[in-house]
Design a binder for this molecule. Structure first.
Ligand SMILES: Cc1ncc(COP(=O)(O)O)c(C=O)c1O
Length: 357
C-alpha cells in the first residue's frame, strides 16, 4: 500500500481532486516550479519525435549542478522507482537486505527479481552497528538497500555514520543501493549526500528523485549515480525510451532552478517549526522530529486512531496510515508537510476529532 492514491481518495470521499487535502504523498506544495511548467510547454511541440535516448541535456545539467566529472556514471529513469527496479533486476542478487520499516517498493522489486528478502530492523542500535552486522553476515553478490533521509521516520543520518561499514560491504562485494529520494529537501544536502563516494566505492549506487522536490510525480523523473562501469552495466538493461521528452525537459529546468530550491528550504524550515510547536507539544502522541518534508507521529494507546482518521477522511483529509510498514502499527501515521494553511487545517481538524471522541 502507498500514500498518494489521490484518485482513489476522490472516489472514496465523493470529492474532486481539488477539494482534497492529501498529506499521504510527500510532494513539495510549492511546485511544480514555473520554470518547469514553461519547459514542459516548450517541449510539447517536440513530442512528435522520440525522446533523446541518451538524456544528454538533463545528465549534463545534473553533472554541472553537482560538479560530477565523466568518471561518474549518471543514468536516468522514469522516477526513482525505475532506477531501484532496474538496478536490482540488472544485478539479480540472490538476497536483498532491507532495513525495516521501509518503502514497500524495495520488497516488491526484490521479489520481482526473484531474490530472497533479508530483513533487519533499524532503531534497536545505531545505523553504524546495524550495517556492520549486515557486513558480517552478508555474502558476495548480496544487495543492501538503505534509505536516507529515511521514509517513514523522517530521520537523516550523517555521512560519518556510513564511513566504517560501506567500505567493508564493498570489499565483500555487496552492492549498496542508497535511496536519497528526499535529499534535495535538505539545505545541507551537499554535506549529507554520498553521491561523491561512488568513485571510491565501486559497488555503491545512489538514487535520486525529482518527483517529490519538484512536484512532478505524475510526469516522473529519477536518476542513479554509480561508478562508470557499474552504471553502464545497469543502464544496459533499460528501455531506451523510458524517460519521455517532457520529463527530460522538466528535469533539466528543475535542476537549474536554484531559486526554487531556496524557496523550498525557506518554506520548509518555517513549517517544521510550526509542526514542532503543534504536533510536537501534543498530548495525543509522540512526534518523530522531521528532517525533511514529512513526519511520523505515534498516537498514544488510549487514542481511537481509526475513528479519528475515518472522520478526517470523511472531511476529505488523508494522511498515510502506517500499519502496513513492518515494525509500525495502526497508531503510526506519516504526514506530509504542506502549505501553512493546509497544515493549520489538518491540525485544527485533528483537534476537533480528538475532542469528539
Ligand atoms: C523512499 C522512496 N524512494 C523512492 C520513491 C519513488 O520515487 P519516484 O516517484 O521518483 O519513483 C518513493 C516514493 O514515495 C519513496 O518514498
Amino acid at each position: 500500500m502507498h500514500g498518494g492514491r489521490i484518485y482513489e481518495y476522490a472516489e472514496q470521499s465523493g470529492r474532486s481532486l481539488t477539494e482534497l487535502l492529501d498529506f499521504s504523498a510527500n510532494i513539495n506544495p510549492l511546485g511544480p516550479p514555473s520554470s518547469v511548467m514553461s519547459a514542459i510547454q516548450d517541449a510539447l511541440k517536440e513530442i512528435r519525435h522520440y525522446p533523446d535516448a541518451r538524456q544528454s541535456r538533463v545528465i549534463e545539467t545534473i553533472r554541472s549542478k553537482y560538479g560530477l566529472s565523466e568518471d561518474y556514471g549518471v543514468f536516468c529513469g522514469n522516477g526513482a522507482s525505475e532506477i531501484l527496479d532496474l538496478t536490482i533486476r540488472s544485478l539479480s542478487p540472490k538476497r536483498v537486505w532491507i532495513l525495516e520499516p521501509a518503502f514497500s517498493e524495495y520488497r516488491q522489486a526484490a521479489y520481482r527479481a526473484g531474490a530472497k528478502v533479508m530483513e533487519k530492523t533499524i532503531g534497536n542500535t545505531s545505523l553504524q552497528n546495524t550495517l556492520l552486522e549486515i557486513a558480517d553476515t552478508s555474502m558476495k553478490g548480496d544487495l543492501l538497500i538503505i534509505n536516507n533521509p529515511h521514509n517513514p521516520t523522517g530521520y537523516c543520518w550523517r555521512q560519518e555514520e556510513f564511513s566504517a561499514s560501506l567500505p567493508m560491504l564493498c570489499r565483500k562485494e555487496v552492492t549498496v543501493l542508497l535511496d536519497e529520494s528526499f535529499m534535495d529537501f535538505r539545505l545541507d544536502e551537499e554535506n549529507r549526500t554520498l553521491m561523491r563516494q561512488v568513485i571510491h566505492l565501486p559497488n555503491l549506487v545512489v538514487v535520486r528523485s525529482a518527483t517529490k522536490m519538484y512536484a512532478i510525480p505524475g510526469l516522473r523523473f529519477g536518476y542513479g549515480i554509480a561508478h562508470r562501469e557499474l552504471s553502464n552495466r545497469i543502464e544496459h538493461n533499460r528501455d531506451r525510451w523510458s524517460v519521455n521528452h517532457l520529463a527530460q525537459a522538466a528535469a533539466t529546468a528543475a535542476y537549474q532552478d536554484r531559486a526554487f530550491s531556496e524557496a523550498t528550504w525557506n518554506w520548509l524550515s518555517h513549517e517544521q517549526q510550526y509542526i514542532l510547536a503543534t504536533w510536537g507539544s501534543s498530548n495525543a502522541g509522540h512526534l518523530f522530529m522531521p528532517s525533511v518534508n514529512y513526519f511520523l507521529f505515534r498516537f498514544h494507546e488510549n487514542i481511537p486512531v481509526h475513528k479519528i482518521l475515518k472522520r478526517l477522511e470523511a472531511e476529505g483529509i488523508f494522511v498515510r496510515r502506517c500499519h502496513d510498514f513492518a515494525t509500525l502499527s495502526e497508531r503510526d501515521i506519516r504526514v506530509a508537510i504542506q502549505t501553512h494553511s493546509a497544515n493549520e487545517s489538518l491540525w485544527n481538524a485533528l483537534n476537533q476529532a480528538l475532542q469528539a471522541f
